[in-house]
Design a binder for this molecule. Structure first.
Ligand code: MF3
Ligand code: CO
Ligand code: CO
Length: 266
């Protein structure tokens, strides 16, 4: 299970792929409003990727072993949907929280990022969950450097989520990414410090914690893709694609509209 180390040329292409994925998220933000359907969001993103950017939406017809081909170009996960929400005809309504997850292919390389959006005013709990999940992602990112270990990332995320009364989804994880959408290593969002794979400069992977307001348990819907919380509690997720560097990390999924990192903890 050798972990790919990217060349300088591959890293440069992945920077562009990452920026392009993030620019789709910038573009769609203004459209995530009450009354729009998630299918319309999917169509807008699809047309922006293929028509404006000249990128390929990686999810469309993506079929990992054991899955039927994914039918849409992005994932839209609303409220108690944890991840892989398949866009459909339901209209968004005020108070909904929505994750849009975009993966583009640019010159054969993938960029993968997701953000949470509010439809109108979120409840206090929903806002807290989205903000806390964003902090969790960033606590994970901030542990990354050559010589750190995957368990350091997972521990930073899990400890912050659980001390705030939330739970971490176990069944889905971050992943290596490059020429392939999902490659080694698996980056789980829980764990113990100083355990697991040692990070090396030139590795590229995503960090994409899914955090639930209630219990961690999930189940899949009959469409074979959409994952929901078993207890129907709210779930949030954020995702960046990260390069390991000798002294730290570089976030590759950055664009003009990327939300700023949270204040570092003190
Ligand atoms: N973008 C998701 C991830 O972060 C994967 C979605 S798979 C799909 O790994 F087929 F549903 F798009
Ligand atoms: Co991903
Ligand atoms: Co993604």
């Amino acid at each position: 299970m050798a972990i790919p180390i990217k060349t300088a040329a591959e890293i440069e292409t992945m920077r562009v792929a990452g920026r392009l994925a993030s620019e789709v998220l910038d573009y769609i933000g203004d459209h995530v409003r009450a009354g729009i359907t998630t299918s319309e969001i999917d169509r807008l993103c699809h047309d922006y990727m293929t028509g404006v950017q000249g990128t390929i939406p990686a999810p469309l017809n993506y079929a990992p072993p054991g899955y039927r081909p994914y039918p849409k170009s992005v994932c839209t996960s609303v409220n108690h949907v944890v991840c892989h929400g398949v866009p459909g005809e339901k209209k968004l309504k005020p108070g909904d929280i929505v994750n849009v997850d975009v993966t583009v292919i640019h010159q054969g390389y993938h960029g993968d990022s997701s953000r949470m959006y509010y439809v109108g005013e979120p409840t206090i709990q929903a806002r807290r969950l989205c903000e806390l999940t964003y902090e969790c992602m960033w606590r994970g990112i901030r542990t990354v450097r050559e010589g750190a270990q995957l368990g350091d990332i997972g521990h930073a995320i899990q400890s912050h989520a659980e001390r705030n009364g939330f739970s971490v989804v176990r069944e889905f994880c971050g992943h290596g990414i490059g020429k392939r959408f999902h490659e080694d290593p698996q980056v789980v969002h829980y764990g113990k410090p100083r355990t697991g794979l040692r990070l090396e400069a030139g590795m590229i992977f995503t960090i994409e914690p899914m955090i639930n307001a209630g219990r961690a348990d999930i189940r899949a819907l009959a469409d074979g893709w959409t994952i929901v919380t078993k207890d129907h509690s709210l779930s949030a997720q954020w995702e960046h694609t990260i390069l390991v560097t000798p002294t730290g990390f570089e976030v590759l999924t950055v664009s003009a509209g990327t939300p700023p990192p949270p204040e570092p903890p003190r």
